[in-house]
Design a protein around this ligand. Sequence first.
Ligand code: ZN
Length: 275
Amino acid sequence: MERERLYRTEALILHRSDFGEADRLLHVLTPHLGRLRLLAKGVRKLSSRKAGHVELFSHVNLLVARGSTFDIVSQAELLEPFRTLHDNLERASMTYYVGELIVRLTEEQDENAPLFYLTLATFDRLCTARDPLLALRYFELHALELAGYRPQLHFCVVCQRRIEPVANFFSASMGGVLCSHHKGQVEQAMPLTLHALKVLRHMQTQPWEQVAVLRLNSNLHMEIETLVQGFIVHVLERQPKSVEFIHRLRRELRENSLKEQLHKTRNTTQEGVSL
Ligand SMILES: [Zn+2]
């Protein structure tokens, strides 16, 4: 049976890179065709009308022509540009990270419709959420689950006994929580506070609306981030590249805000003196 020469698909643009003189290679996620690499021809020319429709992080409808090496974008219709993701470097870096995780967790052309809709919802949440870090953690936990790596948060991964509501331990290599009896039997088990365990369970089992209302202090955020990202590094056998960028950015933002505060204090003091 001969395949159709053209096909239509909805897509999220996760990554773009220059290709040849005027073309771009797009990494996209689709609901029914999985992750694809597509060629967008001529989009780097100023006169290209297609260029605006294949912007990074946008949600589009594509008409695609089958090609020998890469399939080729023939038409693109913009559904949602998610412009807020470009306005703010912190949110942009988180969205890059979402794209990188998808690329590392999935094979090309592996259909995963729930992952597509989770990612679409995550792009929206990263634009609108009061606490975008919560949206990012929620994405990580559910993307891991959809890729077949659901962390065990209810039963000890060694003895399978139900975890008591006390401080416990988490092992990235065993993929879940350890009871207090078995913490010593697994190398590199990390302590897990009861509060963090409750938040993780809540994220794993509740819809986003129930998670968006949580207010986490920075220590709790840090504990959960360290734990989930430790698990991701174990699953991927490497640290995602964009994680280092997010950390560096966060350090710089913190330093700048300290400098700003210092500057303000100094100005106020000087004004005080001159009065
Ligand atoms: Zn145990």
